[in-house]
Design a protein around this ligand. Sequence first.
Ligand code: SAM
Length: 312
Amino acid sequence: MSNSTTIKNKLRSVGLAPRKSLGQNFLSDDDVARKIVRFAGIKPTDIAVEIGPGIGALTRHLAQFARHVIAIEIDRNLIPLLEQELSDVTNVTILQADALEVDYARVIREAGGDETTPVRVVGNLPYYITSMMIRRILESHINTQAVVLTVQLEVAERMTALPGDMSLLAVGVQVYGKPELLMKLDPSVFYPQPEIDSAVVRIIPQGRIEHTVELFDLARAGFSQKRKQMRNTISAGLRIAKPDVDELLNGANIDPTRRAETLSIPEWAHLADNYVSHGYSIARTKRSDNLESDSDNNSDVAEPNTANSTEA
Ligand code: SAM
């Protein structure tokens, strides 16, 4: 019996089928599961946080390496199956919750850790919450060493873009660390099979950048109009007169005629510092935590998946 059939039967045995709205494409290849877990570099002193364990394809492997695993699954219907799958594993806590709402410092404490305990995060999530998730984790007061995410290939490529091709998503991720695309995944390693390729990305957090709230306000404004110069997008998006915008940009050594996609993360950071030192610290854009969408990619907002396009 193929692994896909096994997953299908396990779900059926409890009256379930994969839910497209939750990005439920379950990993059906155990070799790939092992590789993903290896990318996280888990050590015996680490706590692993798994976002969206599904029916536990990765969880058992994480539990082999980590001191403890906290597996956070939003779908309450899957919990009994997950508990059953992991009934012989003693170092896993299953939490039924929306991973975007979890207080990570608290769950780490409840698992016996503290703010110094090394934490490694592994997940395979609907891509439209990817940057919110990264932000949520990396702004928590926990000691995150690595975040390993499976996302759709196109999203992985956008996350890892270089100046010249940056997007709001790339800025939203790279402000926190350097993402690397480690492995491409064929649809055949999932059940149900998505229509698109996926990829595994690892983000190693880097030194904290100051003023991220203002930086994201600037980036949202910067990317709000396709291929427009920064002096125009920042002026329109943040309602600041153009001569003042020119002063802000020049003060950060950024030519005001440049476009948002060309800026590097140090340049965004420099601009945010300059913005705050000029007293512009009050948010001027309609703020949301979602940094997935920019003017080039508005269609992304409506598309509902990671690696996920098929319903069982
Ligand atoms: N990791 C499992 C695997 O590889 O087979 C499941 C992956 S499946 C693509 C994504 C999982 O994330 C699903 O089980 C889904 O219910 C869960 N999920 C989706 N949104 C979530 C959220 N906001 N918080 C926690 N889990 C979520």
